[in-house]
Design a protein around this ligand. Structure first.
Ligand SMILES: Nc1ncnc2c1ncn2[C@@H]1O[C@H](COP(=O)(O)OP(=O)(O)OP(=O)(O)O)[C@@H](O)[C@H]1O
Ligand SMILES: [Mg+2]
Length: 415
């Protein structure tokens, strides 16, 4: 008897000690600890949970645990328990996951939740350990933001790098052109007079020779070559001359038609079909007409040379804007000719680069075009594919700064 009483007392103290330990554990835990029964009703709610959710334990004990969750979990929680009880398949028990919880004041916060199953006095309990991970989530979001910011900066840096590369290339190109220009200008000046004298002399000599004089043919060849040199020299001088001579209002479509008329025989001889895609509503531009004609002539000649056995020449115009938002027109000269191999693409705008052989090309056509277009604050670009053809696009602003100033002056003085 005494033994039985002793053992009951011992068990009693043991249970008491265990309950006290459990209580101490619940109180000391920094994580929220909430246990529920099979019906989802809260059985324990420790002080950390009280701080986390803003409820006192006595307010929530006996209530459905759904109150600690936002919708839709709140409404669905009973069915989670029912599913587990029916199938024994754990979805969270023993696994743990990140989810969200809801405070008494309705605010929602992220938590890490782990759930364990326990059996106390033959009753099944689920114990949830809840950790508020708001700060960790904020740190993660911050990290993600910094990472994205870094990513953006890297992309920006890459773009700037590319811009600098292009600018350097352009600078290099203009430096090259400038130095070539200076040398060429002085040489051209030196050559101009003796060449003119030679031509005059040759003409006089040829006039004196009879038609079948054996010296006639060689002298005619000398005359032809001297003329070619003279043309080269005047092109060089043209190339070196800076500035726009006379800015007037020009209807680009009309000018294109004039220039095509000039080279019609050449196009016809080569069997080249001209396709017009001109924008009838294209606004007029202000530019140096003579120089613009020179650009068109050069581009059309290049296109014709690229199609010795015929092809299609498409001439296209359309309104556009320059990168600085300046209103402009775009003129495209597109051929279906031999194209330019990639290794030559970088060189075609270099003075004296030509693939046309000694007596046919000077290699100054495209550099002159570029100089003229840039003098007008425009842009010239070239796309090409071997055996498919080449498209040169010239973009010219509608107005020239000087012309605009002149126009304003004229209006002020009532001219
Ligand atoms: N439409 C084009 N199709 C194929 N190649 C072209 C075209 N335009 C230019 N090129 C290439 O670019 C080179 C340089 O052209 P550029 O107009 O500067 O000189 P060129 O035509 O050779 O001589 P020039 O114009 O002084 O008579 C040409 O020799 C040619 O190789
Ligand atoms: Mg040319």
């Amino acid at each position: 008897m005494a033994g039985k009483a002793e053992s009951t007392a011992a068990r009693y103290t043991e249970e008491q000690t265990s309950a006290a330990r459990w209580q101490a554990l619940l109180t000391a835990a920094v994580d929220g600890i909430v246990s529920i029964d099979e019906r989802g009703l809260i059985q324990t709610f420790n002080p950390a949970a009280e701080r986390m959710f803003g409820y006192r334990a006595e307010e929530v004990i006996g209530r459905n645990v759904g109150i600690l969750m936002p919708s839709p979990y709140r409404e669905e929680h009973d069915s989670y328990i029912a599913r587990y009880l029916a199938t024994g398949e754990p979805h969270i028990i023993g696994i743990g996951r990140e989810t969200v919880a809801q405070r008494r004041d309705g605010s929602i916060f992220p938590v890490e939740l782990s759930v364990a199953e326990a059996r106390v006095d033959g009753q099944r309990l689920f114990v949830g350990i809840i950790r508020d991970i708001t700060q960790r989530k904020q740190a993660e979001a911050e990290l993600r933001r910094s990472h994205e910011e870094l990513q953006r900066l890297v992309t920006e840096l890459r773009e700037k790098n590319q811009e600098i590369r292009i600018l350097t290339q352009q600078l290099w190109q203009s430096a090259k052109l400038a130095s070539v220009g200076e040398t060429a200008a002085s040489i051209a000046h030196e050559l101009n007079n003796p060449l003119a004298t030679n031509l005059l002399r040759l003409e006089t000599v040829l006039e004196r020779l009879s038609e079948n004089d054996p010296n006639r043919r060689p002298l005619e060849i000398v005359q032809q070559e001297t003329r070619r040199m003279s043309k080269l020299v005047s092109e060089l001088l043209q190339f070196c001359r800076r500035g726009r001579d006379r800015v007037v209002t020009v209807h680009v479509n009309r000018e294109l038609e004039h220039i095509v008329e000039l080279v019609r025989h050449l196009l016809h001889k080569r069997g080249i079909e001209v396709v017009w895609e001109l924008d009838a509503a294209l606004p007029p531009i202000q530019c140096d007409l003579q120089k613009l004609q020179q650009v068109f002539l050069n581009l059309l000649t290049n296109a014709a040379d690229a199609m010795p056995h015929g092809g299609r020449l498409v001439l296209r115009t359309r309104p556009t804007v320059l990168p600085d938002d300046c209103e402009a027109v775009a003129i495209e000269v597109s051929d279906s000719g031999v194209g330019i191999p990639p290794e030559h693409l970088d060189q075609v705008f270099d003075p004296f680069f030509t693939t046309k052989g000694q007596s046919q090309g000077t290699g100054l056509g495209l550099p002159i075009c570029r100089r003229i277009v840039e003098e007008h604050r425009g842009k010239i670009t070239l796309r090409s594919m071997v055996d498919r053809g080449t498209t040169v696009t010239v973009v010219l602003p509608l107005r020239q700064a000087d012309a605009e100033a002149e126009c304003v002056r004229a209006q002020r003085t009532g001219d």
